[in-house]
Design a protein around this ligand. Structure first.
Ligand SMILES: [Mg+2]
Length: 322
């Protein structure tokens, strides 16, 4: 163990040095706080033993100076007899321990034990800091992992839009919200026309690529507050909060045109696709529950297919029996 003694009383410093050398320690001396600061800038010590009462820079101020320089070597303060106030101040400023100077120098025999304790305490503290830093990193990693897991559980693996399960969850949530605040809630269900032909002609990887591209196109043309989910296969659903049937039919028509006019590229070929869409909203009296809303929108999509595809059909209170 390498120790630095800081004491303006040269003979006391020497006596301390001799006593500690007897214990087999490597001991260096500084006769002022200034000299101590100089020494710690070039060498490292395991423990510093500092006198409290020194001219210019006191032992207390030395604690501040060391802290300012980012030096965390444990410091043991030597104080005068009956100077409890100083002890408290020194401990508050980060001193590791203290020893009270006794006229018969009895305190010198205590020093080896105090030094050992200080070093153990320092090592424990370092270990704690290391563990704490590791803990912070680990909990950050855990948080990131949780976000990823949440994302995975709500997104469709292929298209990266929401999955069916999350759609069901949001449908319940938005249904309740719409009821409570008497707001409109619309639903669009759509399906790619003759998609089987794409898979048969070009293979499933091309089909998958098209599904991704189409989902991306739709996602970018709706509001962030709308929920686009893959309903299954080539079927998609959009939940549109705060939008009435009239407005949602316009949205559906816009999306129909968007896909009709889009050229999907495959190698040198441009592929053309169309979608059929069904629309309904909670304004329809028969839409008494989330599942009833889905049944109605499913019927609307069926009507769009029946009427020749590439069109929008809706269910309102007037055309329910259509
Ligand atoms: Mg002194």
């Amino acid at each position: 163990m390498k120790v630095l003694i800081v004491d303006d009383d040269e003979s006391h410093a020497e006596l301390t040095q001799e006593r500690l050398q007897k214990e087999g320690l490597t001991v260096d001396c500084a006769l002022s706080a200034e000299e101590c600061l100089e020494k710690v800038s070039t060498s490292t010590y395991d423990v510093i033993i500092s006198d409290y009462s020194m001219p210019r820079i006191s032992g207390l101020d030395l604690l501040d100076e060391l802290a300012n320089r980012g030096i965390d070597t444990p410091v043991i303060m030597i104080t005068g007899f009956g100077d409890e106030k100083t002890v408290v101040q020194a401990m508050k400023k980060g001193a590791y321990d203290y020893v009270v100077k006794e006229p018969d120098l009895g305190h010198l025999d205590l020093l080896p034990f105090i030094l050992k304790d200080a070093r153990s305490k320092y090592r424990l503290q370092k270990e704690n800091q290391k563990l704490l830093a590791e803990l912070v990193t680990k909990s950050r990693q855990l948080e990131e992992l949780n976000i990823k897991l949440t994302e995975l559980s709500i997104t469709d693996e292929l298209t990266r839009i929401y999955n069916y399960r999350f759609f069901q969850l949001m449908l319940e949530k938005e249904w309740d919200r719409a009821e409570r605040y008497e707001r409109a809630l619309s639903c669009i269900l759509f399906d790619i026309d003759n998609f089987k032909r794409i898979n048969d002609l070009y293979g499933h990887p091309v089909g998958d690529k098209i599904l991704r591209e189409l989902a991306d196109l739709i996602r970018r043309s709706i509001r962030r507050s709308d929920y686009l989910a893959r309903y299954g296969g080539e079927e998609f659903v959009i939940l549109i909060p705060d939008s009435n049937l009239h407005n949602s039919i316009k949205i559906a028509e816009k999306l129909r045109k968007l896909i009709e006019e889009h050229a999907f590229r495959h190698a040198d070929e441009l592929l053309r696709l169309t979608i059929s869409l069904g629309v309904t909203s909670n304004e329809v009296p028969q839409a008494k529950s989330p599942s009833a809303l889905v049944e109605l929108v499913d019927k609307a999509l069926y009507n769009a297919k029946r009427d020749g595809k590439n069109c929008v059909r809706f269910i309102s209170s007037n055309n329910l029996s259509d």
